[in-house]
Design a protein around this ligand. Structure first.
Ligand code: URA
Ligand code: URA
Length: 213
């Protein structure tokens, strides 16, 4: 993988996955460590063809130490399952922040910067072919883009400096607040996006089979 994505310096990037995780679990680089209960590092297979990056842990995640286990997480599980992506075996899931912001406020730029080396190291170890960015804060942290998610969702782009295919999608919390399924609605659009993602995953799987055959 080209080096230009990996800007955090050799320290974190030379660590093993387990070392990176251990560093995150005792991290005190921003004030969120004072109010967190558990660090939510992320979970799933390493390596894995597909990775999803959300915003930050909520109350349930902070309590359990696992990403996307609350109401939004349950919807996410269903959305993924609708295209036969099963948790926890088929997808690696992480967030831009590993600690819960008080009252679920939006991540601050300084917090996202402090936490970025962990996410970068996760991407390095997971080696995904596809990254789904759930919601605007994930788009902002990873693509450094301020474009509204409604404009970016469903469109493939590459992670700068890499060959990793990236697709922004609506955040499941947004879908919980917009539950209609009519044509053109956020849920309907997400369903189109997920079918597209399924197609890409199948394509990468086929390529691997050809390589191995
Ligand atoms: N919302 C997120 O963005 N991430 C989680 O882990 C849970 C809810
Ligand atoms: N606004 C957000 O922050 N996220 C969405 O997914 C949609 C609108």
């Amino acid at each position: 993988m080209p080096n230009d994505l990996f800007s955090s310096g050799p320290d974190m990037l030379n660590m093993s996955y387990e070392e990176v995780k251990a560093a995150a679990l005792k991290c005190a680089k921003c004030d969120l460590h004072k109010t967190r209960n558990k660090v939510v590092f992320g979970s799933g297979p390493v390596p894995c063809d597909i990775m999803l990056i959300g915003e930050a842990p909520g109350a349930d995640e902070d309590e359990q130490g696992e990403p996307f286990v609350g109401r939004a997480g349950q919807l996410l599980t269903q959305i993924l399952l609708s295209v036969d992506i099963k948790r926890p075996d088929d997808i690696y899931i992480a967030n831009t922040l590993k600690c819960r912001p008080p009252d679920n406020r939006a991540p601050l730029p300084d917090e996202q910067s402090a936490c970025w080396p962990f996410l970068e190291a996760q991407i390095k170890h997971v080696k995904p072919r596809i990254i789904l960015l759930a919601g605007a804060p994930a788009v902002k942290a990873v693509l450094k883009s301020q474009e509204p998610i409604s404009k970016l969702r469903g469109k493939w782009t590459k992670l700068p400096g890499t060959d990793i295919s990236v697709m922004p999608i609506f955040h499941p919390s947004y879908l919980l607040r917009n539950a209609q399924k009519t044509k053109g609605s956020p849920k309907w659009l997400t369903w189109q996006d997920m079918k597209e993602v399924r197609g890409a995953l199948d394509y990468f799987k086929k390529l691997r089979e050809l390589d191995n055959g």
